[in-house]
Design a protein around this ligand. Sequence first.
Ligand code: CDP
Ligand code: CDP
Length: 225
Amino acid sequence: MNKINIAIDGPAGAGKSTVARTAASQLQYVYIDTGAMYRALTWNAIHHNVDIQDEAEISMLLKKTDIELLPSLEGNRVFVDGEEVTSAIRSNDVTAAVSDVSAHEEVRRQMVKKQQELAQDGGAVLDGRDIGTAVLPDAELKVFLSASVEERAKRRHLENVGKGISSDLQMMMKDIQVRDGKDTERDISPLVQAGDAVHVDTTDLTAEEAAAEICVLARERIHQT
Ligand code: CDP
Ligand code: CDP
């Protein structure tokens, strides 16, 4: 059977990683969390006291940084120069800085190249912000997931509560709105729905329902290919 590539884009908390992970597992495809790659670079910049606004410094750091994604049941395990940073890249510090790091043109150029190499043999599910528009413009299936900002903030808040991390719903909503703004308004590859993407609003769907819908679409595309 043919192996296709699947691009899943959308804002924070829309359900991208849940859906991408489930689809990859059901189809026995590789799941690539591109947001984790930008987070890993951001973590390394903070770790080395590199000014996140300095494009030349950040791009140079990226050239020297070995970012590795390994598959696991919960998603990608992430390593920076051999050190596991899977949890560390989800910290508030990294989340607050990642949209500034990912706005740099040279950073995006290098990241997109790495991501295209990871998907070059097909059979990959990538989630992020620019997969359908910039990384895999020829992906056989493109999905744009959305949900209301209230619902997305609630999901992230519940996720924190579940992990025993202190969390404030109003603050979460503010953080998500700020990040959405930076991601949609940046000059290079802003978050935008690709013209040929299927739009799925997950506001009133459970994670399982959203994932099942995408798996149906994926199987349809595989059979058409
Ligand atoms: O999981 P969450 O939605 O919080 O974000 P993420 O997917 O981990 O991505 C973190 C950040 O990386 C986003 O807010 C974007 O600024 C950036 N990103 C990007 O610019 N392009 C991508 N393909 C993926 C992420
Ligand atoms: O990757 P993204 O930031 O788009 O979202 P996610 O990490 O897949 O989902 C964020 C949280 O919302 C997770 O705890 C999911 O289980 C949950 N979720 C949900 O409650 N309903 C959905 N339809 C999708 C995700």
